[in-house]
Ligand binder design. Structure first.
Ligand SMILES: Cc1ncc(COP(=O)(O)O)c(C=O)c1O
Length: 384
């Protein structure tokens, strides 16, 4: 920790870092538009809106979850995104469809990816819709329920030793050897076009919200490799410039590769144990493409301990809202900040603030959900 990057620890065990590299005067220019743009989002929006069952996910008012003075606290419920229960449907399936549409015979294509659950489900779903095959790589700690949900879509499952980041490498090597198309949600040198499509699809979640909500003053997104957060931020930044809301990225304290990168002012992969109950956020290596947007554009980074995610799932369930472990991370982070006077001040949170959070998944592992909340997702949803 340097003086330039002091970390604030909240009473509820969260940590907050104001991004020392954030440059609010910077224009969202051609370099950023080459990664994510409002124009490219329009293509994604038209494609996704034509899918059967498409409708914008609901925006829930969860202001009652905090006793702190705040204007409005909103939760965009991606648990109702198609039948996949996460925002990931917008990214992986869109990239698959774009590749398949450009191929004379999509049935000849095999799509491969690594996943901690949700991305692989989206790629498998997209491949099935395109009449193509899917091979999905799961690292050793991905739960059986998540594996089953992907296999049920017809995908071939491969288990790999090590972490998500190891599975990414294995999937890429096997795809290269077998002539498959790799649909990764993270980028690496020489591989950017597909992660751009994946992220571009995610940005639809922000576009949907903007027209449904009073202008938020603060937007909070959770980070795994950073693709989702970068997509949401890109929309706000290109559309609103320096007048955009304060943008906060939240990660599990054990897998906070974006927080570490912000602190160091450079991409920082983590080594060692990165395990967390927030399985979708259990990533140790940021996406370089995402980092190009987040480093200059995000105002703050936060980490939360697992217990705050679990508490937040239970509190949401009290309102009849089903949020999965990774899905509630942003909300958990901002609730911790709201409770802490120093964090409130650092983030400019006042009684007039309108805060938008993204519930990026529902009960994507129903057994884990029941173990944490004490009721099934169906029972919780029925209680609303
Ligand atoms: C539910 C959920 N939320 C958030 C994320 C984070 O997305 P990203 O890895 O693009 O940062 C993931 C990633 O898998 C996820 O599954």
């Amino acid at each position: 920790m340097t003086d330039r990057t002091p970390i604030l620890h909240t009473a509820r065990g969260a940590a907050l870092l104001l991004n020392p590299s954030c440059d609010r005067a910077m224009i969202y220019g051609p370099a950023q538009q080459a990664i994510l743009s409002l124009n490219a989002l329009e293509t994604a929006r038209r494609t996704i809106a034509a899918w059967e069952g498409y409708k914008p996910t609901p925006l829930r008012n969860v202001t009652s979850m905090t006793t702190a003075a705040v204007g409005e606290l909103l939760y965009k419920d991606e648990g109702l995104r198609f039948a996949l229960k996460s925002f990931k449907a917008l990214g992986g399936a869109y990239a698959v469809q774009t590749v398949a549409a450009a191929h004379p015979d999509p049935a000849q294509l095999t799509f491969a990816c690594a996943t901690d659950g949700n991305h692989g489900r989206a790629v498998a779903w997209g491949a099935a819709r395109a009449g193509a095959k899917a091979v999905i790589y799961l690292h050793e700690t991905v739960s059986a329920a998540r594996e089953n949900a992907i296999a049920a879509l017809g995908a071939d499952i491969r288990r790999t030793p090590g972490s998500y980041d190891d599975a990414v490498r294995q999937a890429a090597a096997d795809a290269e050897a077998n002539g498959w198309t790799i649909i990764s949600d993270t980028s690496w040198p020489g591989y950017a076009d597909i992660p751009k499509l994946v992220m571009q699809g995610y940005a639809l979640a922000m576009r949907e919200t903007w027209y449904a909500a009073a202008r938020p003053t603060h937007v909070v997104a959770q980070g795994g490799v950073g693709g989702f957060a970068a997509a949401i931020l890109s929309w706000l930044w290109e559309y609103l410039g320096a007048n955009r809301p304060v943008f906060i990225v939240v990660e599990p304290e054990n897998a906070a590769c974006l927080f570490a990168s912000a602190r160091n002012g450079a991409l920082t992969p983590l080594t060692g144990d990165i395990s967390t109950i927030m399985a979708g956020l259990e990533c140790g290596e940021p996406s370089p493409l995402a980092w190009e947007i987040l480093q200059p554009g995000a105002d703050a980074f936060m980490t939360i301990p697992d217990l705050l995610a679990a508490d937040t799932m239970r509190s949401l369930a009290g309102l009849g809202i089903v949020g999965g472990e990774s899905g509630v991370a942003g909300l958990a982070g901002v609730l911790a900040a709201l409770d802490d006077p120093a964090a409130r001040e650092a983030l400019g949170l006042t009684s007039a603030s309108r805060i938008l959070t993204f519930g990026t998944e529902g009960a994507t592992d129903p057994e884990v959900y029941r173990a944490i909340v004490g009721r099934s997702a169906d029972e919780v949803a029925a209680s609303r």
